[in-house]
Design a protein around this ligand. Structure first.
Ligand SMILES: Cc1cc2nc3c(=O)[nH]c(=O)nc-3n(C[C@H](O)[C@H](O)[C@H](O)COP(=O)(O)OP(=O)(O)OC[C@H]3O[C@@H](n4cnc5c(N)ncnc54)[C@H](O)[C@@H]3O)c2cc1C
Length: 397
């Protein structure tokens, strides 16, 4: 048997074992949660994430010297896929595990790694990402938050916005301007900021779903010690760009598993007769929308596999990720719009009271949340600009 076949067989055995453990562990966790499973509740999500970490399911790709498991990317992908398949929600420290930890491993000093990695591994310290500002989102290099060099460190002043989980985070990595005279990409630094510092103020922003997952963060004369600069001073742009590339290969996996699960739910809804005995799937318009989504699901799975293969080969990140981002976020909105059409008024009364319907409530919540998916991590317009310039070779607009 070749080395490749051996590896594939090992991955398959790993998948089976993991599936067995995840299915029973998540079912037991959800059963024991007061009031029953609540996968949209942030406390439930945090507690499940804590459980995974306590059982050793964190730091999957980190070197063993830092408490990681040193698993190859193929096994990490299996974990993300199986985790989503068992119906478990994403955690609240995604930014710590997915972005900050690999960035620390790459750019951190030994002391920074020893200080911060254990807190992420055990899920003791939640991280948030302080990049966007009221005047700097798509054009991130325009950030105006100022980190002025002072004795022993920096004095931080500024205003961040849309900072996910900031009200739950102990730490925030902040992109701040350390040299206002330098060209805009060159005067930025990447600082690790203790959210408990004097002068940090967090104000949650309520979303269309009714939840407040993101916040405004104000820094007023916050002292940041010198040893919390990650990478070199004024090289923050380089660190931030590298940080954005570390999840390549695995980011879409849970999202695409969920897409396929929701697609199946929508299929069942379309086959269910309504109060008048009408079966929605008998409409060619419904069948057409569903078929297009089934094709989307298949093509997206192939794109995700291609990205994973590229990452495993060590290919540099390219503009293909932008095509997957647009495709997934826009198809997901279409999928959830179809679910709302099929649910009709049930979607409005699903959450509580008479006629409460957990499945309909989950779809209604996902529909509302999906409005954000064409904005976060780079809007569709920005992704189209990247495709136009880097894939199609069109002139800059
Ligand atoms: C759910 C959610 C979570 C988020 N979490 C975080 C977080 O944790 N940390 C963080 O730092 N940020 C976070 N963000 C912010 C996110 O990164 C920004 O919203 C995004 O980058 C867009 O920036 P903006 O909102 O300032 O919009 P703007 O950049 O002001 O854009 C406004 C509109 O103009 C369009 N536009 C802008 N420039 C161009 C251009 N050159 N060509 C064509 N069209 C253009 C945009 O596409 C958009 O439609 C989050 C956002 C969401 C929705």
């Amino acid at each position: 048997m070749s080395r490749l076949e051996n590896a594939a067989q090992d991955d398959a055995a790993f998948r089976l074992e993991l599936r067995g453990w995840l299915t029973s562990a998540y079912a037991a966790f959800a059963r024991d949660w007061p009031g029953g499973a609540a996968p949209r509740d942030l406390d439930f999500r945090r507690a499940w994430e804590d459980t995974l970490c306590a059982q050793g399911w964190s730091g999957l790709g980190w070197p063993e010297a830092y408490g990681g498991k040193g698993l190859p990317l193929s096994r990490q992908a299996v974990f993300h896929e199986e985790h989503a398949r068992c119906g478990a929600p994403l955690g609240v420290n995604l930014i710590g595990h997915g972005i900050l930890a690999p960035t620390l491993l790459h750019f951190g000093t030994e002391a920074q790694k020893r200080r911060f990695l254990p807190g992420i591994l055990a899920n003791r310290e939640v991280w948030c990402q302080g990049y966007s500002e009221p005047g700097a989102g798509s054009d991130l290099a325009s950030v105006r938050t100022r980190a002025e060099p002072v004795a022993g460190g920096y004095r931080l002043n500024g205003h961040k916005i849309w900072t996910s989980f900031a009200d739950r985070a102990q730490w925030c990595f902040v992109l701040a301007r350390t040299d206002p005279q330098a060209p805009k990409h060159r005067g930025l630094s990447f600082l690790l900021v203790d959210m408990g510092s004097a002068g940090v103020r967090v104000e949650p922003i309520r979303q269309i779903t009714g939840e407040a997952e993101f916040c405004e963060v104000f820094f007023e004369d916050v002292f940041v010690p010198q040893n919390l600069l990650l990478g070199e001073e004024n090289q923050g742009w380089k660190v931030a760009m590298a940080a954005a590339s570390f999840e390549r290969g695995t980011y879409f996996i849970p999202r695409l598993v969920r897409f396929a699960q929701e697609l199946d739910l929508v299929r069942r809804l379309a086959l269910r007769p309504d109060a008048y005995g009408h079966v929605p799937a008998s409409s060619s318009a419904v069948r057409h929308k569903w078929a297009r989504l089934a094709a989307d699901s298949h093509v997206l799975a192939l794109k995700s596999q291609r990205a994973l293969a590229g990452a495993m080969r060590g290919d540099p990140p390219g503009p293909e990720g932008s095509s997957t981002k647009i495709h997934w976020s826009e198809a997901h909105q279409r999928l959830l719009e179809l679910s709302m059409q099929l649910l009709g008024e049930t979607a409005c009364v699903a959450e509580n009271g008479e006629g409460a319907d957990e499945q309909a409530a989950a779809l209604a919540h996902a529909y509302l949340w999906s409005r954000a998916e064409t904005i976060l991590a780079g809007t569709s317009e920005i992704q189209r600009n990247i495709i136009a310039e880097q894939m199609l070779g069109l002139p800059k607009g």
